[in-house]
Design a protein around this ligand. Structure first.
Ligand SMILES: *Cc1c(COP(=O)(O)O)cnc(C)c1O
Length: 393
């Protein structure tokens, strides 16, 4: 790591995310929770998992939450209980964590990406409809079955428009809420708009565990029962597999940690919003495109993503000043070797998706990020803007 001479060597490196900070802050409570599991002798499902499932469903205002091993599994299990598998197309976006696309294939279905809105970088409902129509015309082997809108970076998708398309073409809706715990669309929390909502508790997420963990939330008790069975071999009460299933249980250690962290989710999200507001004020007029929050949403800033045409040089400049950044995501799923050339693409392609991958830069964002650190980032970005101006760019 190199520092510019203008920054004293003592200035600590500012990471773009810091999952340890939240745990360290609540160390006693977190370790007490882990110890409780240790002492209980109950290491699969059980009380901690049930407590978390109840508390998380209550938090979301939904009837049920079913814990599972990770967010990718939450998406896969959601599609499976909806009967979305072989011969079915699932519409989603390519500008997302590759997990979204991988989960569709794990369920046996075909991921069909739509383009994204250039302002919010979430699913463009018009491109979604074009994608459905095109698939109906060109792929008689596939039946459109579901849509996975992704509330990317903590900014809700335009769910009214997405659900209108879903209704028109009889698509089930599975919300990918992995980056949006607690975000609201027109006053209602995300997760309430689809048939099912998939969550990840990967350590850096807004609600994070000490390892992998996930959950599916729903207001449909029948689907919740099906999910509870499917995550454990399709077992009934007598441990007889009545449906084929998998092993994707929520680990009780993770559930115990989540029971601690859930209490802090709202204040943590408020802290993220405060940091975002500080960035928005400090970075205005810098020539960067800042995150747009649509007036009808309350985002939760899982990430704070700015756009800069000189992505690489900009990141180097910040790194030389002790500031960590990341790119979410450097390549959309349909251009990654695992998927290239295999996914049905809408007739007009995915121009916004392919353009912004070279522009997006995630600035440091986590609830424990202190004001002085935010200001250091702001100062560094403003210094970058001055050098650009000097070069006439
Ligand atoms: C993190 C994430 C996932 C996958 O979650 P894991 O728990 O890592 O499996 C899925 N979708 C999105 C948008 C994510 O950010």
């Amino acid at each position: 790591m190199t520092f510019s001479p203008s920054v004293p060597m003592s200035a600590p490196f500012i990471p773009f995310a810091d999952p340890h900070a939240a745990c360290a802050l609540r160390k006693r409570a977190v370790l007490k929770a882990v110890r409780r599991v240790f002492d209980s002798g109950h290491y699969i499902l059980g009380g901690e998992v049930e407590t978390f499932e109840r508390a998380f469903a209550d938090y979301l205002g939904l009837d049920r939450a079913v814990g599972c091993a990770c967010g990718t599994d939450a998406l896969e299990l959601s599609l499976r209980v909806l009967g979305v598998g072989a011969g079915k197309a699932v519409f989603t976006v390519s500008h997302t964590a590759v997990a979204t696309v991988a989960a569709v294939e794990r369920a046996g279905a075909v991921p069909a990406p739509a383009d994204i809105d250039p302002a919010t970088l979430t699913m463009d409902p018009e491109s979604l409809e074009a994608s459905v129509v095109h698939l109906l015309e060109t792929r008689p082997d596939l039946t459109p079955a579901a849509v996975i809108p992704v509330h990317l970076y903590g900014h809700p998708c335009d769910m009214d428009a997405v659900t209108a398309v879903a209704r028109k073409y009889a698509l089930a809706v599975v919300e990918d809420c992995a980056q949006a715990h607690g975000a609201r669309y027109k006053g209602r929390q995300v997760g309430a708009f689809g048939n099912l909502a998939a969550f990840s508790f990967y350590p850096t997420k807004n609600l994070g565990a000490l390892g992998d963990a996930g959950a599916v939330a729903t207001r449909d008790p029948g689907l919740a029962e099906a999910l509870s069975a499917m995550r454990q071999y399709g077992w009934n009460e007598q441990r007889i597999s009545v449906e084929p299933g998998v092993n994707s249980r929520l680990d009780p250690v993770q559930a115990a940690v989540l029971n601690v962290q859930l209490k802090h989710l709202d204040p943590d999200n408020a802290a993220r919003r405060r940091i975002a507001a500080r960035y928005a004020e400090g970075l205005s007029g810098c020539g960067l495109l800042l995150p747009a929050a649509m007036p009808w949403v309350e985002p939760v800033f899982h990430l704070y993503v700015v756009r800069c045409p000189e992505q690489h040089a900009f990141r180097e400049f910040l790194r030389d000043r002790g500031i960590g950044t990341a790119v979410h995501y450097p390549r959309p799923a349909h251009l990654q070797p695992a998927y290239r050339g295999r996914l049905p693409i809408p007739p007009d392609g995915l121009p916004v998706t392919e353009r912004i991958m070279d522009e997006v830069v995630s600035l440091p964002m986590f609830p424990q990020l202190e004001d002085e650190a935010v200001d250091r980032v702001i100062d560094a970005v403003r210094a970058w803007a001055r050098t650009r101006k000097a070069k006439g760019r």
